[in-house]
Design a protein around this ligand. Structure first.
Ligand SMILES: Nc1nc2c(ncn2[C@@H]2O[C@H](COP(=O)(O)O[C@H]3[C@@H](O)[C@H](n4cnc5c(=O)[nH]c(N)nc54)O[C@@H]3COP(=O)(O)O)[C@@H](O)[C@H]2O)c(=O)[nH]1
Length: 804
């Protein structure tokens, strides 16, 4: 019962299709059956009525004439018989015979409440004339007709209903079996259809026949399965897309560049982590703002308005904007960022938003500014460097041309700077340069420029001069300001400068030439005796030119094999026996002839050419010593001069070791002569290099002892073997008592430090006696031999008895 109620309930609200179908079939077939049955019953009813009518016709045609005759003949019996005959006809229940004039005969009975139909016939006699005999009214009872009709109604309705019902059941079953249950399967499939079971296809429980394969159910099934597959594909694609999107969004989020995404109205929609780190602003705070209006700095807003307007225009016109902007962090700090702004376009190519990539380039900018500074300024002194100075000079010349004024160009070089640098060390040299820069600057007006050209060279530009004498005044001021001593390494040092002056337009109208002329004048000032200034004169160009020429010739001299080593014997003072030789460099230039080292070594040191030249000397000297051994069978040591610049070269120790390795000379036979100045450069590096050389067995000697600071205390700290007394003392030992006592003291002091002593510049025999008397270990000088080219030295070895 409950089940039935449920079904009915479902039927009423959303019953299964078969039930609805049943209802509709029943309803329609019932209505149809009713109508058709009604038509049929009505037609039967009409037929029954017409049968009664036909009976009436039979009465009229068959009885009225015989009744009329019986009446005419007044044959009552026959009349009676005839009437009974009519009354016996089916459905005729009552006869009323009216006889003219006023008698009446009634037969039969009309049932109470019965529906009847009556027909009246006239009874006439046709003689000569027509006589009316009376009239017969026949009444027929319609109850049979109605009862027939009722019976038929019941029968027809019953049979029709049953037929309709069973046909409906059959149709429903067919529908249910062939369609509805599959629809239910589909409905269940669709109901259970979810992203988790996309792999299960829809399958209907029916035979796989050709017919089934092409029907609508099959088509729907195929369509559903195709839809499932498409959905499956779409989901896979969606998942792939989602993964890609996740990947890209992660990449954007974790990008090392800051990323802003704006909508079409340039309102920020998204900012990545890097942006927040860079600017200090959170995504939530800046969303909806214009990228140029993120900071709260009013000045930044003003600056940005114009900039972002041009960015917008360029992005619209060109499709990209790239540039560097100065932005403000949340904490107010300014920083440089490199921006790339591009539109984000949809498939139609319309901009749907904008992408702004930013990179913090503050460090790069700082480097750039530093580089710019380095490119234009001297790091040590903070003065403009050569490049900026030349720019300023050009500007000054252009201005002077317009104003018809003069420009003074002064070239300054510190006197003996190299010596101070070598003896007191680089730090002292640097301090000297800084102080010199300060002193020069203090002598100048604001419009003038003082620049450091490099090393100890300074340039002063005096623009807008009315006469050349102003340059002399400035030069004198500068020389005067150099007069007080400089305090370097705790020592008072007097440093002077030499100044060369050229004037625009008197000496030249070209900046380069003016500089060259000032340089030439500076050399002239140096020759004057230093701490002097000189104005350029045309004849000075030659001297300056010679210096330049020598530099360029020296650069090619090694290649052209123009260098040559001369060798000077070093002998035991006591016996005059040869023990070693000093290698002395000569430059044999085809144009200049034999150039002595005093002339080119300082230039080689200045230009750095001393390093390759010194390397060649070392190699050549070691090889020579080996050749002597081969020719004489005796070990003859070799002394090689090493300049401070050469010594400071990072590869110096390697260079020495390579020369020994390449020649095969034992290290003990090589002596490096290092000037006293180098020892005063009391650095860890110097000590380390000397220690390395000493440990490898190489002998070390202090050259030119007595000319420098004679810092005896330093000698103890370094592993020297020999001390060379400078020839300036030796040469006067016989004339100057002071020099003699000094030489004696040096010999004693050196011996007390465990050093052996070489006296150089021994030219006379008396000097040898003095030195022998004072216990000087070795002697070197013209008395024994002048420096000789190798072939002559070899000859000397053979001819000199004391050598062997
Ligand atoms: N860095 C290098 N310096 C070198 C090298 N070769 C030489 N020099 C240095 O050049 C300076 C001048 O050298 P030079 O003109 O060769 O003079 C040497 C001798 O000729 C000279 N001498 C020797 N005996 C006498 C003498 O009796 N009287 C006299 N008037 N002069 C004499 O002395 C110079 C040797 O000096 P020193 O080196 O101090 O022993 C000179 O300073 C050389 O150091 C080189 O390859 N590299």
């Amino acid at each position: 019962m409950q089940k039935l109620l449920t079904r009915l309930q479902r039927f009423r609200t959303g019953s299964p299709l078969s039930f609805r179908l049943l209802a509709y079939i029943l309803l329609f077939s019932s209505v149809f059956t009713l109508i058709s049955s009604a038509i049929q019953i009505y037609s039967d009813y009409r037929k029954d009525l017409s049968q009664i009518d036909r009976r009436m016709m039979v009465v009229e045609t068959g009885y009225t004439s015989s009744l009329a005759r019986s009446l005419w003949a007044l044959d009552q019996k026959l009349l009676q018989t005839q009437l009974e005959g009519i009354l016996s006809l089916p459905d005729i229940v009552h006869l009323r015979l009216k006889i003219e004039p006023d008698s009446e005969l009634v037969m039969g009975e009309i049932p109470r409440n019965a529906q009847t139909t009556s027909h009246t016939f006239k009874l006439t006699h046709q003689g000569d004339e027509m006589f009316s005999l009376g009239q017969l009214t026949v009444t027929a009872d319609l109850r049979r007709v109605f009862s027939d009709m009722r019976r038929k109604v019941v029968l027809v309705l019953t049979t029709q209903f049953l037929k309709t019902f069973f046909v409906s059941i059959l149709i429903i079953w067919i529908f249910q079996y062939f369609i509805a249950r599959h629809l239910t399967t589909m409905a269940n499939y669709a109901r259970n259809f979810s992203l988790n079971n996309l792999s299960d296809p829809l399958e209907l429980d029916r035979p796989d026949t050709q017919l089934n394969r092409n029907d609508e159910l099959a088509q729907v099934t195929v369509a559903i399965n195709q839809m499932r597959e498409r959905l499956n594909d779409d989901l896979e694609r969606q998942e792939r897309d989602a993964q890609e999107i996740r990947k890209f969004s992660k990449a954007i989020e974790q990008s090392p560049s800051s990323v802003l995404i704006c909508d079409r109205q340039w309102r920020i929609e998204y900012a990545n982590q890097k942006f927040s780190q860079l600017t200090g602003y959170d995504n939530a705070v800046i969303c909806g703002k214009h990228p140029g209006m993120v900071s709260e700095d009013a000045q930044a807003h003003r600056e940005n308005r114009q900039l972002w307007q041009s960015i917008r225009l360029q992005v619209q016109r060109v499709g990209v904007w790239q540039g560097e902007i100065n932005s403000v962090r949340k904490n107010g700090e300014r920083f440089w960022e490199q921006l790339i702004v591009t539109p984000i376009k949809n498939s139609k190519g319309d901009a749907t938003g904008y992408l702004i990539l930013g990179e913090d380039i503050s460090i790069r900018k700082r480097y750039e500014q530093q580089l710019l500074r380095q490119a234009n300024y001297d790091i040590l002194t903070g003065l403009p460097n050569r490049m900026l100075a030349l720019d300023r000079l050009k500007l000054a010349l252009a201005q002077a041309r317009r104003e018809s004024s003069l420009v003074g160009v002064m070239f300054l070089d510190l006197d003996n700077f190299k010596h101070i640098n070598d003896t007191l060390g680089h730090d002292a040299g640097d301090n000297l340069l800084i102080e010199a820069a300060r002193r020069i600057s203090s002598c100048l007006r604001g419009t003038s420029t003082v620049a450091r050209l490099g090393g100890d060279e300074f340039l002063v530009i005096l623009p807008g001069l009315t006469g050349p004498e102003a340059t002399s005044q400035v030069a004198e001021r500068i020389l005067k300001t150099f007069a007080p001593p400089y305090l370097l390494n705790g020592q008072e040092v007097f440093v002077t400068t030499s100044i060369g002056i050229s004037i625009f337009p008197n000496d030249s109208d070209n900046s380069g030439t003016l500089l060259q002329h000032a340089d030439a004048a500076m050399y002239q000032a140096k020759h004057k005796g230093k701490s002097a200034y000189a104005h350029f004169a045309p004849e000075m160009t030659e001297v300056s030119h010679e210096r330049l020429q020598m530099e360029s010739l020296m650069r090619r001299a090694l290649e052209q094999k123009e260098f040559e080593l001369y060798y000077q014997p070093i002998v035991r003072t006591e016996s005059g026996q040869l023990c070693s030789a000093e290698a002395l460099l000569r430059w044999n230039n085809p144009g200049m002839g034999m150039v002595m080292p005093d002339r080119f070594i300082p230039l080689a040191e200045e230009t750095g050419l001393i390093t390759p030249i010194g390397e060649w000397v070392l190699q050549e000297a070691c090889l020579a010593a080996m050749r002597w051994k081969a020719s004489t069978g005796t070990d003859i040591g070799i002394s090689v001069n090493v300049s401070p610049r050469q010594f400071r070269d990072p590869g110096f120790v390697d260079t020495v070791m390579n020369a020994l390795d390449a020649s095969g000379l034992p290290p003990q036979q090589l002596e490096l002569e290092i000037t006293e100045r180098l020892i005063l450069d009391n650095t860890i590096e110097t000590a380390d290099i000397l220690r390395q050389l000493d440990q490898s067995g190489i002998r070390l000697s202090v050259d030119d002892f007595g000319t420098g600071y004679s810092a005896l205390s330093y000698l103890k700290s370094y592993p020297f073997d020999t001390l060379k007394i400078d020839k300036s003392f030796v040469q006067d030992v016989m004339k100057e008592r002071e020099d003699a006592s000094l030489v004696k003291a040096i010999i004693n002091m050196a011996h007390s430090l465990g050093l052996r002593v070489i006296a150089e510049g021994v030219e006379e025999e008396a000097q040898t006696h003095f030195l022998q008397h004072e216990g000087c270990d070795y002697s070197q000088g013209y008395f024994y031999s002048r420096p000789l080219p190798e072939n002559e030295f070899q000859q000397w070895l053979k001819t000199n008895h004391r050598a062997l």
